[in-house]
Design a protein around this ligand. Structure first.
Ligand code: NAD
Ligand code: LMR
Length: 342
């Protein structure tokens, strides 16, 4: 029998060990896991040692993708769920992070907004399942149009009284990944040394790179590279010629965002990612969501960083962005108002 003091010390140690391991156990769910993004994203998450449990759900093919990925020799457990309401509920239950790449991609000639009619209800219904079975999870939305699908999720959570704006993220990581890559091509540098802030939203003119804040302020008057960052997605849609949009680069970007959210959840400080969140920055103009640099923490959004100093040309880009963004956000909100679903 241990003396009382040792028993107390042992208990404290046990509690510490338990809380440390509880913190380090991370379940990540992917909804749309059998798709063009879902498969490589799930593979990258399987390779991430922070992920201890991987839950894969799709309306078709989830268990097959899970069986395949489960043979990769890393420690995490992989489960594929049946395409049923209870399969979906089990997939998300207990998740720390849920990524949603479920939805149709663009074909040449389409805008992201053209996907609204199909993807709005897909995202609404998946968000409902998340709000009901995993309201505390960090929800990372990849499905387009992100400028509208994120407000859709917010409305679904609000209707159930579980909305926590700190846990909802539109994934805009691909825009900064592209910006750093495109700049490195022009400047013959290593993209890892290029840190380009991109703010606004995730489509066309709502994507605003702020080169004046980078090592290459002169690029803020370079219409060609600004256009390439804003319309980089179209390059891939065109090259794939009807077979979809960016999947592999998006998988990398989604895995990076998930990794950042997990690092912050596990206590790491100073993690900053650009992401489209419920933001105070332009609320006075009726714009409730905006992408900017966000410091992540154990509770999701820790701090939304200001846009910072911009030059006159960038001021104009932000103006054009805000006009479109306002309409995209309102469209998502009014969709849920008129189509609350079951
Ligand atoms: P895809 O068609 O290859 O895959 C979509 C998957 O979603 C399919 O496997 C499909 O079965 C599944 N799905 C459809 N409805 C579902 C539902 N109700 N529940 C679960 N799964 C469902 O498409 P993709 O290329 O993977 O693109 C997916 C989405 O991501 C598109 O909307 C695309 O525009 C978007 N996207 C966003 C970004 C970004 O930067 N945020 C980048 C690239 C693509
Ligand atoms: C992208 O930026 O690549 C995605 O949003 C997909 C698209 O439709 O361009």
């Amino acid at each position: 029998m241990l003396p009382a003091v040792s028993r107390m010390a042992f208990g404290a140690l046990q509690r510490r060990a338990f809380s440390a391991s509880a913190r380090d156990l991370s379940k990540v769910a992917v909804l749309g896991a059998a798709g063009g993004i879902g498969q490589p994203l799930s593979l990258l998450l399987k390779l991430n040692p922070r992920v201890t449990e991987l839950a894969l759900y799709d309306i078709r093919g989830g268990p097959g993708v899970a069986a395949d990925i489960s043979h990769v020799n890393t420690k995490s457990k992989v489960t594929g769920y049946e395409a049923t309401p209870s399969g979906l509920a089990s997939a998300v239950k207990g998740a720390d992070v849920i990524l949603i790449p479920a939805g149709v991609p663009r074909k040449p000639g389409m805008t992201r907004d053209d996907l609204f009619n199909t993807n709005a209800s897909i995202v609404r219904d998946l968000a409902k399942a998340c709000a009901e079975s995993a309201p505390e999870a960090n929800l990372l939305i990849i499905a387009n149009p992100v400028n509208s699908t994120v407000p859709i999720c917010a409305e679904v959570y609000k209707a159930r009284g579980v909305y926590n704006p700190k846990r909802l993220f539109g994934v805009t990581t691909l825009d900064v990944v592209r910006a750093s890559r495109f700049v490195s091509e022009v400047k013959s540098t290593d993209p890892k040394d290029e840190n380009i802030t991109v703010v606004g939203g995730h489509s066309g003119v709502t994507i605003v790179p702020l080169f004046s804040q980078s090592k290459h302020p002169e690029l803020s008057s370079n219409a060609e590279i600004i256009n390439r960052v804003q319309f980089g997605g179209d390059e891939v849609v065109k090259a794939k010629d009807g077979a979809g949009s960016a999947t592999l680069s998006m998988a990398m970007a989604g895995a990076r965002m998930a990794e950042s959210v997990l690092r912050a959840a596990q206590g790491e400080k100073g993690i900053v990612e650009p992401t489209f969140v419920d933001s105070p920055l332009y609320k006075d103009q009726g714009i409730d969501f905006f992408a900017s640099k966000v410091e992540l923490g154990p509770n999701g959004v820790e701090k939304i960083l200001p846009v910072g100093e911009v030059n006159a040309a960038e001021e104009k880009l932000i103006e054009a962005c805000l006009a479109d963004l306002k309409k995209n956000i309102a469209k998502g909100v009014s969709f849920v108002e008129s189509n609350p679903g079951k």
